[in-house]
Design a protein around this ligand. Structure first.
Ligand SMILES: [Zn+2]
Length: 663
């Protein structure tokens, strides 16, 4: 029996909790997960997992049910956004919400109202208010981009099945009642997409744009020219794509492709309506082998040159002493400017070796004539000249942080990649800066090098940047270079979910960032990815490292420059038949190691071999070798053999681990 006073005090506690919730809804929420259930009696599917996390979110009681009768009412300026919302929800809903272009009537029920409000200028160009009530949903913003981002939030407020491409029966399309007021921290939230090292079809680029939109990102930095391929059609210089878009791979196969001007217009428009600016990157003066292969007269030596089929930095670059080089670049930029309305044009400017310029009479004559101190100033001359040209045409030049060397035009924007020093220096000098340091933002790096947590921990605003220069930090980009990204699946694997983490870094207020909460929202987000067919990556090594033990090492003194087969005793580690994972984990030294194959030997006889190319250094790739032992032979000796080649010098050290797959 519970006595009355006890009951009374229990009741009192409940009343106090209720009052506490009413008075401090925000604090209460923090104690729970932000993916809280709206109203404790609501169903499990009412969790809120919006990524990036909105600046302000208040849960309310109740929910809105979306059904066949739900209509979208939109201001005239928002008809595209309204149509987009209807279209994007249509496949999973199985019905299309009707869009009505009307001055909204707040007394209407079962409607989604999209409205611009001039009094919301505080939300700037991309902010929005999203109100979900039992009877209606309202989006309000100062500009259409804000309404578009409210659409993205609404998609994420619905059950993840809303991302299905065909009708999902038996789902209640409920949206929890809430209030969101949201705007981005940074105006530049981008992805660099290298379509040169590997070529990606138009559909893949559009898909990348859709995924950016889902994450409220707004820049596609499209890397279109490289040593290994020229990917943009230039009508005046047809050989750029006839010759420059194709390379002969080491196995003799022809590889390549390019985007026609029509393709580019289509992609730029596709992005534009999704409030994404496409910024083209046309590399100069380095990384220009493909252009030189097409027009060898623009190089210092006159060639012949080839479209490169290996990765790295190549000595042949545009001749900076030749007037024709500048004529050529200006002419092709004219076509680029036609195609891309972006106020910004990226011209690369990174990794330009100076040896050809040192030996070239024309380049040396230019240095003399322009009174330049050395080849670095010649590079600065080159960039400044192109900057003048772009400025004259009303555009702004962006370049990698190397463009700071030897002085820089005031209008230019610097993208910091070699760490953050370039970004700090550029901001101090008063240049606008885009941050994409290799330490956090290089999505082509392996997961052990840049984990999801590490990407999430990135903070673009550093203490070293003086307060009055902080506004120069415009935001960030996640970069996907595609040397080792041959197809869409690999692209997905490298980019997501790390770009998801960076989207929150770029959008959400710093104080709203919380790893634990992000991880809990990611559970729903992974489900969205699975439905969308995004083959996201994970820390693959974690899986193999679990329960692994060290079986031995490779040491600098064992390394042969041209590579060698090494062996390690496995006998103490082989206790049962099964599948074994062998992990080659670089630990220290200046050289990475390349692994060609690994094999298991039983009493000197090879049992099984895994042949694939692995790379283990600061960056690690495909370093797990899977070996099968069908039958255990008692008393036998087991050995592991592997072919290791150090990269650069021979100073490579690492450990080798083994784990056995669970049956
Ligand atoms: Zn030259």
């Amino acid at each position: 029996m519970i006595k009355i006073p006890v009951l009374r005090s229990i009741l009192l506690v409940f009343v106090m909790i209720f009052l506490y919730r009413l008075s401090f809804p925000e604090e209460f929420r923090k104690k729970q997960s932000q993916s809280e259930i709206a109203g404790s009696k609501e169903k499990k599917n009412m969790v809120v997992s919006i990524i990036p996390m909105p600046a302000k979110l208040e849960m309310k009681k109740g929910s809105f049910s979306l059904n066949r009768q739900t209509r979208i009412l939109a201001d005239t300026e928002l008809v595209w956004e309204a149509g987009y919302l209807s279209d994007v929800l249509h496949p999973a809903l199985g019905f299309k919400m009707l869009v009505e272009e009307v001055a909204s009537n707040p007394s209407m029920e079962n409607v989604v109202i999209l409205r611009l409000d001039p009094s919301l200028s505080g939300l700037e160009g991309e902010g929005y208010v999203l109100k979900v009530e039992d009877a209606r949903i309202e989006f309000e913003a100062f500009k259409p981009a804000g309404i578009f981002y409210a659409c993205q939030s609404l998609r994420q407020l619905l059950p993840p099945e809303i991302f299905e491409s065909s009708p999902v029966p038996g789902i209640e399309w409920k949206v929890p009642c809430l209030f969101i007021e949201d705007k981005p921290r940074y105006e530049w939230r981008g992805q660099l997409f290298d379509c040169c090292r590997h070529f990606f079809p138009k559909q893949t680029v559009k898909r990348a744009i859709d995924l950016l939109a889902l994450h409220k990102m707004n820049r596609l930095h499209w890397h279109l020219t490289e040593d290994q391929g020229w990917r943009i059609e230039i009508k005046r210089y047809p050989k750029l794509t006839e010759v420059g878009a194709w390379r002969t791979e080491k196995n003799g196969e022809r590889y390549g492709g390019f985007y026609t001007q029509q393709d580019i217009r289509e992609i730029v428009e596709y992005a534009q309506v999704r409030h994404i600016m496409v910024v083209p990157e046309i590399e100069m003066p380095g990384h220009s082998s493909a252009a030189l292969a097409a027009y060898p007269e623009l190089g210092c030596t006159g060639g012949p040159y080839k479209v490169e089929n290996s990765w790295g930095v190549f000595p042949d670059v545009y001749c900076a002493g030749n007037e024709n080089t500048f004529q050529f670049i200006e002419n092709l930029l004219d076509e680029v400017l036609e195609l891309f309305p972006s106020p910004y044009i990226h011209i690369g400017g990174d990794e330009c070796p100076k040896q050809r310029w040192k030996e070239c009479p024309k380049c040396q004559a230019r240095i003399k004539k322009e009174n330049l101190a050395h080849e670095h100033e010649l590079q600065s001359y080159f960039i400044k000249r192109i900057d003048r040209y772009l400025t004259q045409k009303g555009r702004r030049l962006i370049g990698w942080d190397e463009i700071l060397e030897g002085g820089l035009a005031p209008n230019a924007v610097v993208q910091s990649w070699r760490g953050v020093k370039g970004g700090i220096e550029a901001a101090r000098q008063g240049h606008d800066v885009i941050m994409s340091p290799t330490s956090h933002c290089y999505l082509d790096y392996s997961y052990p090098s840049i984990t999801l947590e590490r990407a999430y921990s990135y903070e673009p605003l550093l203490e070293e940047i003086p307060g009055d220069k902080a506004h120069h930090i415009k935001g960030l980009e996640g970069n996907i270079w595609t040397e080792h990204v041959p197809n869409r699946d690999r692209l997905d694997f490298q980019v997501y979910p790390r770009l998801t983490a960076l989207s929150e870094v770029a959008w959400s207020p710093k104080e709203k960032r919380n790893l634990e909460d992000f991880n809990s929202r990611m559970k729903t987000h992974f489900r969205r990815f699975e439905i969308l067919g995004v083959k996201y990556g994970f820390n693959e090594l974690d899986k193999y490292m679990k329960n692994s033990t060290v079986i031995g090492h490779w040491k600098a003194e064992q390394m042969q420059k041209e590579g060698d087969v090494l062996d390690w005793n496995l006998t103490p580690h082989i206790k049962a038949p099964g599948k074994y994972n062998i992990i080659f984990l670089y630990t220290h030294g200046s050289a990475a190691v390349q692994i060609a194959w690994a094999a298991i030997f039983q009493d000197q006889k090879e049992i099984h071999r895994d042949t694939h190319s692995g790379w283990s250094g600061g960056n690690k790739r495909d370093i797990v070798y899977k070996l099968k032992l069908e039958k255990l032979k008692p008393e036998a000796t087991y050995f592991l053999k592997a072919h290791l080649t150090p990269h650069g010098d021979t100073n490579s050290n690492g450990e080798i681990r083994i784990s056995r797959e669970k049956q």
